[in-house]
Ligand binder design. Structure first.
Ligand code: MIG
Length: 727
């Protein structure tokens, strides 16, 4: 299967249907064959087993879509070998020496800079408000994955196929300690870091196309209530002409924090609320936590108890831990019948007109205990081919199993719609079920700056769809910080403003007229870029390349770019330079500053600079208030020529919802522009494969020049020659 060619979309997407059945279906090969062995498992890809490997304790894999097929011994010239050993404390360890000049990335959701050299990370999903616990080196998700980029730009990836608690130490080599059994390691060799990241997606699964509305701006707080307040906030966006697609319902909508219920006073009519929201082109996403209130007569608790679905104590009793509703029981998502039951709960729930689901607290978080979670020796009973084992083994995949069941439930409830799930906890491969946000950050400058390498490293670890709480969660940003944050917001793959309970209002208009205008300008830019952003999501789902990328992706051989994490790339054709990034490291070659808004829009000092790659064409559309109005009938094509006077670009389009695109109802337009000797530009748009009609009719070319953008007149032909006006 060719992956880089957009034309293989339908075939590739169809294969997604079997992901659910493949994951966890891998047969466990006999343990004797694997211990201490190694083998090629693909082109430039190998697996290494520790001598102590016990398949019953490690397989089936949660990371891999399918069991690797061994294809003979390690080939000659192979470079990266892990060493397995047991340390003084009896822990199973893996060491991989790292050549000088090699830069390390990945390791998932982490604090600190983009480059991970020198870092120590604990992989143990933890509710970590403000990122204070463990100096921020233990967060909500687990990605046992390191991307190593050598001096010459060639790269390799190290995947430790292990759900047990473990730590990664990148002080002077790659050292991984398992606080459980010994794990196998998969190593991927490629010529470029991009190719390694693409292979990671092939191994662990691709994100599926989200609904278009999920790429719009989203407004949240803990919590908007009662329902009249939700209506009020949503309608303010329309009145003030600030684009927004989604409003979020946090835990106050529930009756006594009981999941799958609605507070009878605050939210007496959720269906009516959702109908109103839909009527003004808003979608709504509602929260579901894993803790189920222990209360006889509450249907979720009764059903779970009748089915014997709860995680158990070592003595085999129902485990209880406190969360928002007080004492709770926790579904044992390792049991297939529990996932099935959980999925089924979404039928009536989604029938309230709910568009998406937000799974929080799924590390799982437990209050009033030092560990912040349930005891490691709790019993999870498994089933299918998942063996019964202790929580220590399944803790890091609790969230992933929950979002798998959630996604399946939403899909069953609304089979014609693309599911949207947002999860706080996850495990490598979690991108196949949900998008993610980076948990409880703070309204501080350092967390604004850190959000960029966090999202970048999530992307380099297989999760293309993530973002932080814009404005910061804990605390209240001042005017200047909020304005800076909302100006960067449009360039995160997941673009949501969220804040904690009782903090100051954080809507774009809460800071007065000036910041409201800055916010509108920022969000207008995201919606104008939507044809490009949607194409990047398609590319991410097909190839596994992240939506937001590190600057060094522009030139992996240029070592001066390897630590740049203030500036970043959106796709392959745009570099975003925040206002606070003084002298960012930028790639050589042609990168021209562009602007999207009309030349009359005032320079407000907050919007980041955008640099376009020479040789590219970026499709942009008009300003809209939500993606419900998204149209590609009239495109402004930003053309930045390379040194040969050529440029090209792609635009993916489909219905933005549903699964028609799997049956060929999509289109990829290919744009080319050539600068001719007389200075005129010859342009063409050729639609590629697929039968979706995106109604493309009018084109206009915009070329960056030193005096600002120069626009051609509108043309209603897909091939034309224009003379650009002088600036
Ligand atoms: O214990 O649902 O990270 O986004 O607003 C806090 C309330 C629980 C944590 C989430 C946050 C959410 C909050 N939740």
């Amino acid at each position: 299967m060719k992956k880089n060619n957009m034309k293989t979309l339908p075939g590739l997407f169809l294969s997604f249907g079997i992901i659910f059945s493949l994951a966890f279906s891998g047969k466990c090969p006999a343990q004797s064959k694997m211990s201490g062995t190694s083998a090629m498992i693909g082109t430039e890809m190998a697996v290494f087993y520790p001598p102590e490997f016990k398949s019953g304790e490690m397989l089936p894999s949660f990371a891999l879509l399918k069991e690797p097929v061994q294809q003979g011994g390690i080939k000659k010239g192979w470079k990266v070998f892990p060493k397995f050993y047991i340390d003084g404390k009896g822990n199973n360890c893996i060491a991989i020496p790292v050549e000088k000049g090699t830069d390390l990335y990945g390791t998932g959701e982490v604090t600190g800079g983009l480059r991970r050299n020198g870092k120590k990370i604990m992989l143990w999903n933890t509710d970590n408000p403000g990122y204070h616990i463990g100096k921020g080196n233990v967060l909500y998700q687990t990605h046992p994955w390191i991307l190593a980029v050598r001096k010459d730009g060639s790269a390799y990836g190290v995947l430790v196929d292990n759900t047990w608690k473990q730590s990664i130490d990148l002080s002077d080599s790659i050292k991984v300690v398992s606080y459980g059994p010994a794990a196998r390691v998969i190593i991927v060799e490629r010529n470029t870091p991009q190719k390694v990241v693409e292979e990671l997606a092939d191994l662990t699964g691709h994100m599926q196309m989200p609904p278009l509305w999920a790429l719009g701006y989203q407004q949240s707080r803990w919590s908007y209530y009662p329902d009249s307040r939700v209506r009020e906030v949503a309608s303010q966006f329309r009145k003030r002409k600030i684009p927004c697609d989604v409003i979020w319902m946090d835990i106050h909508y529930m009756q006594d924090y009981k999941i799958f219920t609605f507070d009878s006073l605050r939210f007496p009519d959720p269906l009516g609320l959702n109908k109103y929201l839909h009527s003004i082109n808003f979608r709504s996403v509602w929260m579901i936590d894993p803790g189920v209130k222990k209360q006889k007569g509450y249907f979720v608790y009764d059903q779970g108890s009748a089915g014997n679905y709860w995680i158990q104590t070592p003595q085999g009793k129902e485990f209880n831990g406190s969360v928002w509703p007080g004492p709770c029981a926790f579904p044992d998502f390792t049991m297939p019948q529990v996932r099935k039951w959980w999925s089924g709960l979404y039928k009536d729930y989604m029938a309230q007109g709910i568009d998406g689901v937000w799974n929080d607290m799924n590390e799982p978080s437990v209050f009033n205990v030092e560990s912040k979670t349930m005891p490691e020796d709790n019993i999870q009973r498994g089933g299918g081919n998942l063996p019964k084992d202790i929580h220590l083994r399944y803790h890091n995949v609790f969230g992933m199993l929950m979002i798998k069941a959630t996604r399946e439930g939403i899909l069953k409830a609304n089979p014609d719609k693309r599911p949207f799930v947002l999860s706080r906890a996850s495990y490598i491969g979690g991108q196949r079920y949900a998008a993610t946000w980076t948990g409880d950050n703070m309204s501080t400058w350092s967390h604004l700056k850190m959000s960029i390498p966090m999202v970048l490293n999530l992307g380099l670890s297989g999760q293309p769809f993530s973002g932080p709480d814009i404005g910061g969660f804990i605390g209240s940003p001042d005017k200047d910080l909020f304005a800076n944050w909302i100006a960067i917001g449009p360039f995160y793959p997941f673009c949501r403003n969220h804040t904690t309970v009782n903090s100051a209002n954080q809507e774009p208009w809460a800071y007065g007229r000036e910041v409201e205008d800055i916010s509108r300008r920022a969000l207008d830019r995201r919606y104008m870029l939507m044809p490009y952003i949607y194409t990047l999501f398609c590319q991410a789902s097909v190839t596994g390349l992240p939506v937001m990328r590190p600057v060094f992706f522009a030139d992996p051989k240029d070592r001066s770019l390897r630590s740049e994490d203030r500036a970043f790339m959106l796709g392959g054709d745009l570099i975003i330079v925040p206002r606070w990034a003084e002298n960012p490291a930028l790639p050589k070659g042609i990168w021209k500053e562009i602007s999207l808004l009309s030349p009359k829009a005032p320079e407000d000092g907050y919007q980041p600079k955008m640099l376009q790659r020479g040789g590219s064409i970026i499709p942009t559309a008009g300003i809209i208030q939500s993606t419900a109005d998204f149209k590609t009938d009239s495109l402004t094509l930003l053309v930045c020529f390379d040194k040969h006077g050529k440029a090209e670009g792609l635009m993916y389009g489909d219905a933005g919802e549903g699964f028609g695109y799997l049956k060929g109802h999509y289109v990829v337009d290919k744009f080319t522009a050539v600068k001719m000797q007389d200075g005129k530009i010859s342009f063409s748009c050729i639609p590629g494969q697929g039968d979706y009609d995106n109604e493309l009719k009018y084109f206009r070319i915009a070329v960056p020049s030193s005096g600002g953008m120069v626009y051609s007149s509108w043309m209603n032909k897909s091939k034309f020659v224009v003379k650009m006006p002088k600036k």
